[in-house]
Design a protein around this ligand. Structure first.
Ligand code: TXA
Ligand code: MG
Length: 319
């Protein structure tokens, strides 16, 4: 593990030599490799144990780099860039011919993102384009600290850059701009409400034909059981039933909900969507170490809460 400019330079060298490097972004930690080297890309799939039809996002420094990896770029991509980038937004565009199919999982489109985290930006500036999925073992919870990456990938990768805890805490919003109408493939901190101010985005929800191929796989799963509690009454009764059966149980809930839970064990998701996103994965990981069951409060479908619940339902294997 390392941090600081010398470590970033070492990371850039390793990437140029065809190695994989874990690095912080504002969303979650990524596992990066040279996007133009199929051999390096294969090392990502191998280290994560990821199915190789699940495409990777390419990370770039700024908009002037976009034509290195995408073609026929629509005007809306520039509008979204100006509003939200660098930041937690991934755009799906038509891929340039030189982007290997190993990055795109055989698709003619490519996911592109411009992270805002300073360590990511410097690494990308020195060694882009960097293809990177989240730096967890396939199907596990995305890592939001260098320690999380270490727990999942120690011994499998040569370097983890430590940039502290990720501010956003859940993966980027993915929008597909490659078709006739703009679609939201994965909700995130750039919310549907924010995107609707820019264009008539629709949410892609057909689970049978996953447009983001990764969405068809199990994701975000803690090793212990996980369930979503829809109401305070539900949360209490699930908790009490399981504790009675001898299980160790933790509740993840908003501050205001915790006030109504009495002496039941609960960890705070904070008081708003951004705080909840920032803590969610970290608490899932902490929870799986200590408890047999995690009950997540249903936070509803507004703003970032909706994006967190998208992950929570998957963690509870309901989606
Ligand atoms: O915040 C993030 O996006 C993080 C950081 C590291 O940048 N990355 C991340 O990558 O979450 P990953 O691989 O865990 O998730 C990427 C998702 C997958 O569901 C994948 O299927 C989808 O993006 N994706 C990538 N390229 C695509 C494409 N061309 N078309 C549709 N979906 C795509
Ligand atoms: Mg992932």
């Amino acid at each position: 593990m390392g941090s600081g400019i010398e470590s970033i330079k070492l990371g850039a060298e390793l990437i140029k030599q065809g190695e994989v490097v874990a690095f912080p972004t504002e969303t979650v930690y990524g596992l990066g490799a040279d996007a133009f080297s199929s051999c390096a890309i294969n090392k990502i799939y191998e280290a994560k144990g990821r199915p190789n039809d699940n495409p990777l996002i390419i990370h770039l420094y700024d908009i002037s780099d976009l034509d290195k990896v995408a073609v026929d770029i629509p005007e809306i991509a520039f509008t979204l860039y100006n509003m939200f980038c660098p930041g937690p937004l991934t755009m799906i565009l038509k891929k340039a011919p030189n982007v290997p199919y190993s990055v795109t999982g055989g698709l003619d489109t490519v996911g592109v993102r411009f992270p805002s985290h300073e360590v990511a930006r410097e690494l990308i500036r020195l060694s882009m384009p960097i293809a990177a999925p989240s730096a967890n073992i396939s199907k596990h919870i995305s890592p939001t600290t260098a320690q999380h990456v270490f727990e999942d990938l120690q011994g499998r990768i040569p370097l983890i850059l430590d940039g502290g805890s990720c501010n956003v805490g859940i993966e980027s919003t993915i929008v597909d701009l490659s078709g006739d109408k703009p679609l939201i493939l994965r909700p995130g901190a750039i919310t549907k409400e924010m995107l609707l101010k820019v264009a008539n985005f629709e949410e892609y929800k057909n689970n049978n034909k996953a447009l983001a191929p990764g969405m068809k796989y199990t994701h975000y799963s803690p090793c212990c059981d996980c369930v979503v509690g829809d109401t305070i009454k539900d949360i209490k009764s699930i908790y009490d039933k399981n504790v009675k059966e001898g299980k160790s149980v933790i509740i993840l809930a908003k501050d205001s909900t915790i006030l109504s839970l009495g002496s039941r064990k609960a960890w705070s998701l904070g008081k708003n969507g951004n705080e909840a996103a920032n803590r969610f994965y970290s608490l899932l990981r902490e929870g799986e170490h200590q408890f047999a069951l995690i009950i997540v409060e249903n936070l509803g479908d507004e703003g970032v809460f909706y994006s967190i619940m998208n992950r929570a339902f998957k963690a509870a294997k309901k989606a």
